[in-house]
Design a protein around this ligand. Structure first.
Ligand code: ATP
Ligand code: MG
Length: 447
């Protein structure tokens, strides 16, 4: 993309309404625009990051054998009356009537709808296990929407639902989701720690929240510092193997890590004092096992191998896709702007032309642009007639992890400059080598 043709409405002033750094940078970098309280339009740069995060979530769900569907945002109240949650949900549910005076609502979550799909089409244990998920906009009429996309009223969420014959199988689904979530967050450059949590209105006793440590987080957390050394990394897991998924769960949840809702001071004090940490965290996901709560209420049964109808065991699993955009910025920025991890960056690298209009500099930039594009990479080329300082400040704000700077002086020596946004270190090297390095970083074979 050429910046001169892009739509990147960068703000010069720091917006006064933004209290936390991710919100400030998202507004300043032209990623979002508030439409009304807790409701945002996603502008091109923000939308690209949202899509990158969404794609990683889809990719990791597919790896685990989970199946994507799409359910509507508008739902009839009838199913929610069946489960008893129409009355129980309270004011966070946005309710409305259609022209026939029927009660409708904007989906805050989708246990009821997916259970209805299940009971209509699945009747035998032979069709299990089954995990259906979607990535869809949700609405919760939060009493205090704040921090930009972190606590919106409308937000984008992955919600998945597993259906299993036995409790044992459903607990395997729970463990499998824990594994997929660890991989998912790491691919986004994040450490999200599974912590024992409270199940709230969804019900059930097995639940973990995934928290990204950040001072601006809304949750108070308590954990054993050893937990931050754990990395899932690139290990290959057989998702069908109960033992393998169970082992990962044990590895990542055996140390003390709890939110304030489940915090137990006596247990915490068993952790050696120098490893005890109290901090704040951002909840970016949660997994639940809740057994037969919805399947019994809504008649979601299958025939077991003896032909008896039994209610299925279920769980649900959520990832805050839009919240993650803010959470990643909270975890990765400096005083100049955002620093995108490579896995979610909106453009793979920036190209800064120090002397727009100079034949040689323009030609070198065009050649870099063409080569990177041919590798399947997306560069953002700042081809505007602007001062170098303004171009650098803009690139730093929008946070592309790599920048190639091209100017007449370097070109005389046959070099361009490759700069890491994270470390700030620069290296002069011939254009072909700069391309090779970028290709390597993103796992593309140079042509
Ligand atoms: P919270 O405790 O933050 O209100 P929750 O526990 O009610 O969230 P879940 O039902 O577990 O939320 O939803 C799954 C994920 O969706 C959460 O882990 C979070 O990342 C995200 N999420 C929930 N509410 C919001 C919101 N208002 N704005 C943005 N993301 C949200
Ligand atoms: Mg939650």
């Amino acid at each position: 993309m050429r910046l001169s043709r892009y739509f990147l409405p960068v703000l010069k002033e720091t917006p006064s309404e933004a209290q936390i750094v991710s919100h400030r940078y998202m507004l300043r970098a032209g990623m979002i625009k508030q439409a009304s309280a807790g409701i945002y339009s996603w502008l091109p740069l923000g939308f690209k990051v949202l899509r990158k995060i969404e794609n990683i979530v889809h990719d990791e769900q597919a790896r685990a054998g989970h199946i994507a569907i799409q359910m509507p945002t508008m739902q009839s109240a009838d199913l929610w009356r069946e489960s008893g949650r129409y009355d129980a949900y309270g004011q966070e549910m946005l309710r409305m009537k259609d022209r026939h005076d029927r009660d409708m609502l904007f989906t805050p979550t989708a246990e009821e709808l997916v259970t209805d799909i299940f009971r209509s089409h699945v009747g035998s244990y032979k069709d299990l296990p089954l995990t259906l998920y979607q990535i869809q906009w949700k609405f919760r009429d939060e009493i205090r929407p704040r921090f930009g996309v972190m606590r919106g009223r409308e937000f984008y969420m992955k919600d998945g639902y597993n259906f299993d014959l036995t409790k044992e199988d459903a607990l395997h689904a729970y463990n499998r989701h824990l594994v997929t979530y660890l991989r998912t967050y790491e691919r986004m450059g994040l450490q999200a720690i599974p912590m024992r949590a409270d199940s709230g209105p969804i019900g059930g006793d097995n639940t973990h929240e995934f928290l990204v440590l950040a001072d601006t987080g809304e949750s108070e957390v308590f954990y054993d510092a050893q937990i931050t050394d754990l990395k899932f990394g690139t290990r290959e897991i057989d998702y069908d193997s109960h033992a393998q998924c169970q082992a990962v769960l044990e590895e990542f949840t055996s140390r003390y890590a709890r939110t304030d809702e489940t915090h137990d001071e006596a247990l915490f004090n068993e952790v050696p004092e120098e490893r005890r940490r109290q901090a704040r965290g951002i909840e970016v996901g949660q997994i639940f096992y809740f057994g037969t709560k919805y399947s019994e209420a809504m008649g979601a049964t299958v025939a077991d191998s003896d032909g008896n109808r039994v209610p299925v065991h279920m769980g649900s699993h959520g990832i805050g896709v839009s919240r993650l955009v803010g959470a990643i910025i909270e975890a990765s920025h400096d005083d100049k702007g955002i620093i995108w991890p490579e896995g979610v960056t909106p453009f793979h690298c920036g190209i800064v032309n120090l002397k727009q209009g100079d034949e040689e500099a323009d030609g070198a930039c065009e050649a870099l642009y063409a080569s990177l594009t041919a590798l399947g990479l997306e560069p953002l080329y700042d081809d505007r007639n602007e001062r170098a300082g303004a171009k650098f400040a803009g690139m730093d704000l929008i946070g592309l992890p790599w920048r190639i700077t091209v100017g007449p002086r370097g070109l005389k020596n046959g070099v361009v400059e490759l700069t890491s946004r994270r470390t700030g270190t620069s290296e002069e090297l011939p254009p072909e080598q700069a391309i090779e390095r970028i290709a390597q970083i993103y796992g593309r074979a140079a042509v």
